[in-house]
Design a protein around this ligand. Structure first.
Ligand SMILES: Cc1ncc(COP(=O)(O)O)c(C=O)c1O
Length: 387
């Protein structure tokens, strides 16, 4: 079966945040939006079919767990990531960020240190700050074009930390952490009694030559780790709002579940369950083709950017978000953002919004049809030639 990702699907009239919030975000509505981390590509047909079939029935009342919901998740972990998860470890949650925030609340106290690795997806900062915990930054270091962990610094920060919010694979650098790196992080966290909250939402979109390893599957890690995941990024269903935690340690799971129950947050909706089951049990072929399409898009961007040597794409090992080193353009962050919006005409996420280490970078979402990328690169080339 062939999935036509080249076909442009208009999101006009669908309340897409990426399009609707342009005026607010960029000050104008005519920018080509390549920012918010969802795809402009249609989801897997099996998901749409399952949703339509269920919607045919006109009663959308309170919903019990579907047989197959928990098995779909554990089956996916086994098949895609070689990780044996027991169904009893799975706790449905409303969203990954909700789970990050409530993990900070439940597993730390005001003033405690929480370790993060910037530049990073902005809520990693805000969930810590909102709850008056202390952000401890283990800043990732680009070395020979690849981001690395400064382990001496990681250990120094871990000594002061109660929690470590791991982003694996990492947004926005696109790093897929290697076994040795994960093992070293786990060893240090165990030694200093630091709990790991691992956001693995980008786990399924990993490029050839790399392999995602769920940190909790490593020896000694399951006992100290809360893993968060969702089909939202992989299958482009973020608007459905669905996610889950997997927690091996009974004591941690009880504590985690308790706060979700207290606020009545721990339920997977009718729509979320229907979509998750179809995603994880009937959409393999679509995902294989999507991965191919995204890697071809990435190759296309690399090719075009060769003509713009002052904008350097970092090598992406995962995700559909290209991290561009624009420091060669010699603009400060405000000027850089203004240049992309007003001179180029595309809306990207400014690197500084990802915190320390993000200055001079921009993030470009390439989960769009090739023709849209061509338009974006033509615009960029034109403005670049005019500098
Ligand atoms: C690393 C990471 N975590 C979480 C999310 C959002 O997850 P959710 O919509 O379930 O809160 C994103 C979205 O871009 C992300 O990149």
């Amino acid at each position: 079966m062939k999935f036509d990702f080249d076909r442009i699907v208009s999101r006009e009239g669908t309340h897409s945040e990426k399009y609707a919030a342009r005026l607010e975000k960029f000050g104008r509505e005519d920018v080509l939006p390549l920012w918010v981390a969802d795809m402009d590509l249609p989801t897997a047909p099996a998901i749409q079919k399952a949703l339509l079939e269920r919607m045919e029935h006109p009663v959308y009342g309170y919903t019990a767990y579907h047989e197959g919901y928990f098995d779909a998740i554990t089956g996916w972990m086994r098949k895609e990531h070689g990780w044996e998860v027991e169904t009893s470890w799975v706790v449905p949650v409303s969203s990954i960020v909700t789970a990050l925030a409530l993990s900070v609340e439940v597993f730390s106290e005001k003033g405690d240190g929480v370790l993060i690795q910037p530049p990073i997806y902005p809520p990693f900062y805000s969930v810590v700050r909102h709850q008056k915990r202390k952000v401890l930054e283990n800043v990732l270091v680009p070395k020979e074009g690849r981001y690395r962990i400064d382990f001496a610094d990681f250990e120094a920060k871990a000594k002061e930390a109660k929690l470590f919010l791991l982003c694996s694979p990492h947004n926005p650098t696109g790093r897929v952490w290697e076994r040795e790196e994960l093992e070293q992080m786990v060893r240090i966290c165990r030694e200093h009694d630091v709990l790991i909250i691992s956001d693995e939402v980008h786990a399924d979109l990993v490029y050839e030559g790399y392999r995602h390893i769920p940190v909790a599957s490593l020896k000694g890690a399951g006992e100290i780790t809360v893993t968060l995941n969702a089909p939202s990024k992989t299958f482009n269903i973020a608007g459905i709002v669905t996610a889950y935690a997997m927690i091996q340690n009974d004591r941690l799971r009880r504590k985690f579940s308790e706060i979700f129950r207290r606020y009545y947050l721990s339920e997977a909706s009718l729509v979320s369950q229907t979509a998750t089951i179809a995603a994880y049990t009937e959409s393999d072929l679509w995902l294989t083709e999507l991965r191919r399409y995204l890697s071809e898009n990435l190759a296309y961007l690399h090719e075009r950017l060769k003509q713009m040597p002052k904008i350097v794409p970092m090598p992406m090992e995962s995700t559909f978000l290209l991290w561009l080193d624009c420091r060669g353009l010699g603009m400060d962050d405000e000027k850089l953002q203004a240049w992309f919006v007003h001179k180029v005409g595309i809306g990207l996420n400014p690197g500084i919004s990802f915190g320390t280490g993000g200055s001079g970078f921009m993030r470009l979402n390439y989960a769009v049809s090739r023709q849209v990328l061509e338009e974006a690169m033509d615009k960029l080339q034109k403005a670049y030639d005019g500098i």
